[in-house]
Design a protein around this ligand. Structure first.
Ligand SMILES: Cc1cc2nc3c(=O)[nH]c(=O)nc-3n(C[C@H](O)[C@H](O)[C@H](O)COP(=O)(O)OP(=O)(O)OC[C@H]3O[C@@H](n4cnc5c(N)ncnc54)[C@H](O)[C@@H]3O)c2cc1C
Length: 390
């Protein structure tokens, strides 16, 4: 991949094409009309609304980049990022359902699937199956390649044994990309990716976590007990799963950046509206310079995060190396999201601290940005390695 491109006529990073503008506006409207009314209840119950998932498929949100020949929208990665941003502005759980589907699962099948796997699975991913991406285990998080789930070839099947933890979309998914090792002694070179259907024998979805934030997004344990996976469901090459894991997560991080950007925007918009309405000392609190400066600082940080997210997504679509920028984007956007959502609560004062108002949820939802798809320390480690040339 080249490191830079030289466009004939550089455009502002926030410039959208007509198609992108239409796409974004449609999702914004959908999110306001269909997701906003359900968001609080989904958070309280910790359950994602099934009809919403159906609507995601109908709108084409679950197969944005899948080519038309497999029933997808033939869109760009940038469009997937716009979708995650707009959904997360209203509900970060909705954002991550669509994010994992597009940036991790569909992306891995598109890049590493053989023609037969693409024909079999992509039309379903675009129309009915939610996807999940199963790398983490109880003992292997940041050190992901220390995973212990084993795969063994027995006749025409691989037999998988082990447990996965923290798997987003676990409850809703029909397709799981599972990373397991064919040879624990080979370290990362034993790691192999498999396409595991929910109904494969020996596969069960276990406990669902009760979480601080993104509560409607299911996070589940997966149990593989002599789980039989047909030989031709090996994704990519045997022993090359580490490459699939690293490269999909590089893209995924831009998606998490977009999720953080969207939710920061959502919280900021509420804070501005409230500041204009709430009166103290006989005037709107937005008239106090202290509040104005907080709102200005938040807006500036959101703008910076947006530039990073959009640039990174454009880099991906342009075929330019974006590994460092993706790590920076996730690191920074998650910091912005935490700061902005926290300030939004303060602007609401005591009301912001209650569940009667929307901002405390944004703050809870923001926290995950520093943890999944590589913690902030792991992003810093990647950035340090790349900037120091190690
Ligand atoms: C809601 C949620 C959804 C998730 N979804 C998925 C999913 O869909 N698929 C999936 O595979 N996983 C998923 N995960 C797992 C997630 O990616 C891991 O939790 C994350 O990578 C961190 O791993 P860990 O929890 O084991 O923490 P650990 O790796 O144990 O880290 C604990 C702390 O130590 C720090 N640390 C660790 N190693 C180093 C080091 N070398 N240098 C400096 N600091 C270090 C970390 O930064 C962190 O602060 C999800 C997690 C959550 C909470």
């Amino acid at each position: 991949m080249p490191d830079v491109i030289a466009p004939e006529k550089p455009q502002p990073l926030t410039a959208l094409t007509e198609d992108e503008t239409l796409f974004r506006d449609n999702i914004r409207q959908f999110a306001e009309e269909k997701i906003r009314p359900l968001s609080k209840e989904m958070d309280e119950k910790g359950v994602f609304d099934k009809d919403l998932v159906r609507e995601f498929f109908q709108l084409g949100l679950m197969g944005i980049e899948i080519p038309e020949q497999y029933g997808g929208g033939a869109g760009t990665f940038f469009e997937a990022i716009l979708a995650v941003e707009e959904l997360s502005r209203v509900d970060a759980s909705a954002g991550v359902v669509v994010d994992v589907q597009n940036t991790l699962v569909n992306n891995a099948i598109l890049r590493w699937g053989n023609e037969e796997q693409k024909k079999r699975y992509l039309p379903r991913m675009a129309s009915e199956w939610v996807g999940a991406y199963a790398l983490s285990e109880a003992g292997s998080g940041s050190d992901a390649f220390a995973l212990a789930t084993k795969a063994e070839l027995k006749g025409s099947d691989y037999v998988l044994n082990g447990r996965k933890l923290w798997i987003t979309n676990g409850k809703e998914a029909g397709m799981f990309i599972v990373l397991a090792t064919l040879d624990p002694a080979a370290g990362y070179k034993g790691i192999t990716a498999f396409l595991v259907e929910k109904d494969f024998p020996g596969f069960t979805v276990g406990k669902k976590e009760d979480k601080l934030g993104i509560r409607a997004s299911s996070t589940c344990e997966l149990i593989l007990e002599d789980c039989r996976v047909p030989k031709n469901n090996l994704l990519g090459e045997a022993g090359k799963g580490y490459k699939i894991a690293i490269e999909t997560l590089n893209e995924g991080r831009i998606g998490i950046g977009a999720q953080m950007l969207g939710l920061a925007r959502g919280a900021w918009e509420f804070a501005v509206k409230y500041a204009l309405e709430r009166k103290q000392f006989g005037r709107a609190i937005a008239e106090f310079q202290g509040i104005q400066f907080q709102i200005a600082q938040m807006a500036t940080e959101i703008e910076a995060a947006r530039l990073m997210v959009y640039n990174c997504a454009r880099m991906k679509d342009a075929g330019v190396n974006f590994v460092k920028e993706a790590a920076m984007t996730k690191l920074f956007a998650s910091q912005v999201a935490e700061r902005v959502t926290s300030l939004a609560i303060e602007i609401y004062g005591g009301y912001g601290f209650t569940k009667d108002y929307p901002v405390e949820k944004y703050w809870r939802d923001a926290k995950i940005g520093k943890i999944y798809e590589g913690t902030s320390n792991m992003q810093l480690a990647t950035i340090a390695k790349l900037v120091l040339g190690k």
